[in-house]
Design a protein around this ligand. Structure first.
Ligand code: SF4
Length: 262
């Protein structure tokens, strides 16, 4: 598979319009409360375990106007506020279209909604500070504990994600750290300790999630006629997740759904 460009053409990377994959109006996993989750197209990574390969290419999404999306968000705004939720922008990688994402976040903030950005941080350098100022929560995905394994998992270096976490300090935004556990890929004790050590050094981590790898997205690869690197690979079991939490907790990182904040 060829490398993807990190810079989409300027004329489509605007505050007025962007490429959208889909919308989920009752999300409960991607931030607090009930969420309007907007999945944008375009991603520079190629995670072996990706569950959304149909979001990889920017132009395979639907070109939509910011005003059109904000009208839709507005129709749910009072419900989202009552449900202590808000707008989450996910993907793909939302920072592939930073001006579009910022305009959407600003529109949601004007409605009084909580905002969450679901990102790997890989493209943060292309995003202005003003984008992150409009974000209330960052769902930050860490794919591995060192550069070698990160490149194996995603085909890209780990450093931009580490730099992004450092950059977030100045905004003092809360982070929910997320890690997808894949047997045989990033689940060795050494990897898990490295991942936990990185997360324990981040600022304002309010929640940590270990998400078990599953095979539910394999049909998407077949439909797209894209090679699935993890075809037939073992899924992570509840026991694998428990063992991973055990190692995390030895490094001072706890399951914050059930334990005090770290
Ligand atoms: S960052 Fe997310 S959307 Fe992009 S390849 Fe990885 S899992 Fe898929």
């Amino acid at each position: 598979m060829t490398e993807v460009t990190l810079s989409p053409p300027r004329e489509i990377c605007t505050a007025e319009q962007g490429y959208v994959h889909s919308v989920e109006t009752g999300g409960t996993l991607d931030g607090p409360g009930i969420r309007f989750v907007l999945f944008l197209n375009g991603c520079p990574l190629r995670c072996q375990y990706c569950h959304n390969p149909d979001t990889w290419l920017l132009r395979s999404g639907t070109l939509k106007k910011t005003t059109e999306i904000l009208e839709e968000v507005k129709s749910y705004a009072s419900f989202l506020k009552r449900a202590k939720g808000g707008l989450t922008i996910s993907g793909g990688e939302p920072l592939m279209q930073p001006h579009f994402a910022e305009a959407l976040f600003r529109g949601a903030k004007a409605m009084g909604l909580h905002t969450a950005l679901d990102t790997s941080g890989a493209l943060h350098e292309r995003s202005p500070d003003s984008l992150f100022e409009a974000v209330d929560l960052v769902l930050l995905d860490l794919k591995a504990g060192d550069d070698e394994t990160h490149r194996k998992v995603t085909r890209k270096p780990i450093q931009p994600t580490l730099d992004f976490a450092e950059r977030l300090r100045k905004f003092d935004k809360p982070i929910w750290a997320r890690f997808v556990l894949v047997p045989g890929l990033n689940d060795s004790e050494e990897q898990l300790r490295k991942v936990a050590k990185i997360i324990s050094g981040w600022n304002r981590v309010e929640r940590v999630e270990i998400l078990p790898f599953h095979q539910m997205a394999s049909y998407k690869y077949e439909e797209l006629k894209v090679t699935y690197p993890l075809k037939g690979a073992a899924e992570a079991t509840p026991r694998d997740v428990t063992l991973a939490w055990h190692i995390f907790s030895e490094e001072g990182v706890y399951n914050t759904r059930n334990a005090p904040k770290i």
